[in-house]
Write a protein that binds this ligand. Structure first.
Ligand code: LMR
Length: 352
């Protein structure tokens, strides 16, 4: 598979950073040959918890990572994947990672904002025009500043996994303009910036765990929601919604995080195994995410089970103008630095 420049850059930046940790001195081991005889205590077990289904970009990549690490270490290193919030739910997994109850998680960047609020720059509506722009932003100096903020939290960011762009859905009517959101109870992820975005449009944003969105839609506690197509379909949310607006108004991706103390205590060859495997898995995940969201759009078009509308570029312009106060709000809280570096504010931007 041909590597894009953006991919090469981001891999270089992440892996370069991680290798610094690898080289700073940790015990070394050779994988025991007869691993089948080892108990769980004798193997290296990495518990990886996440909140989505297995057939999503994150779910599939977590499984692939586990499988490759097992194969390549002859079973000595075992990544145990716990999907669907089975072990820890939204709002619990970050603490579980910090406490060392799990060793790896991959929360959406929006959920990281409770710990590092500056990350909410990624949530700014219409901040990015393509996934490549997100990757470039994070590989650049300001993005790397965001990445390094995990250090002081005792966490190590091992990479960035994509899901895709969020779309809007609603039960009763089509959302075409910001004013269509008036009074709508919309499920959002826990991010102050997303909250602001919906409040400004007159909606009632409701922070609800991903795993219970279906029930809340079913009970009529909420009217609509925003998410990527693979997340929407993985939980059958579209079956409870009649209108889908392909708005691509915000990016949803994941910070792949490991407990730093656990990482530091890993033998050097295991660290190398993990970083090498992730080079491959991260690229695979990006491609899978893109494919899955395209496929899900086709499936939704074919099922005729939801009315699908694509925002025109004129309509998109109206949304962008309406959301300008959200940018002002972010700048007031965190300064202009993170916003000014967004690709849409660069001179050679292709942003419409
Ligand atoms: C959500 O809560 O909608 C997403 O963060 C779920 C996920 O992890 O993709």
């Amino acid at each position: 598979m041909e590597l894009t420049n953006s991919y090469k850059r981001i891999v270089f930046v992440f892996i370069g950073g991680i290798m610094l940790f690898v080289l700073c001195g940790c015990q070394s081991t050779n994988y025991p040959v007869d691993f089948e005889q080892l108990s769980e205590e004798e193997r290296i077990v990495i518990r990886f918890s996440h909140v989505v289904g297995e057939e999503t970009p994150k779910g599939l990549a977590a499984r692939k990572f586990a499988q490759l690490v097992k194969e390549r270490s002859g079973g000595y290193v075992e990544v145990q994947v716990f999907p669907n919030g089975f072990l820890y739910k939204d709002g619990e997994e970050m603490e579980a990672l910090s406490n060392g109850d799990v060793q790896m998680i991959a929360p959406a960047t929006s959920k990281v904002t409770s710990l590092i609020p500056e990350w909410s720059v990624i949530d700014l509506p219409f901040a990015f025009n393509s996934i490549e722009e997100v990757h470039d932003y994070l590989a650049g100096p300001v993005g790397q500043e965001l990445v390094s903020k995990f250090d002081s939290q005792g966490l190590l960011m091992l990479g960035m996994w994509d899901n895709g762009f969020k779309q809007l859905s609603n039960r009763d009517y089509l959302i075409r303009y910001p004013e269509d959101l008036q009074q709508l109870k919309m499920r959002i992820m826990p991010s102050d910036i997303i909250d602001k975005q919906f409040s400004i449009a007159g909606a009632v944003p409701m922070k609800i765990d991903f795993n219970v969105v279906f029930q809340h839609l079913e009970n009529g506690d909420i009217d609509g929601q925003e998410n990527t197509l693979s997340n929407i379909t993985s939980k059958n949310l579209h079956l409870l919604q009649n209108y889908l607006t392909v708005s691509n108004h915000g990016y949803l991706g994941y910070t792949l995080l490991m407990n730093k103390q656990f990482w530091d205590e890993l033998p050097e060859d295991v660290q190398v195994l993990i970083t090498d495997t992730l080079v491959e898995v991260n690229e695979w995940e990006w491609e899978t995410a893109r494919k899955l969201n395209d496929e899900k759009l086709m499936e939704l078009e074919d099922c005729h089970c939801i009315d699908i509308y694509h925002l025109t570029s004129e309509e998109r312009q109206v949304w962008e103008e309406a959301f300008q106060p959200v940018y002002n709000y972010y700048i007031k809280r965190f300064g202009a630095k993170y916003v000014k570096s967004l690709p849409k504010f660069q001179e050679n931007s292709t942003y419409e």
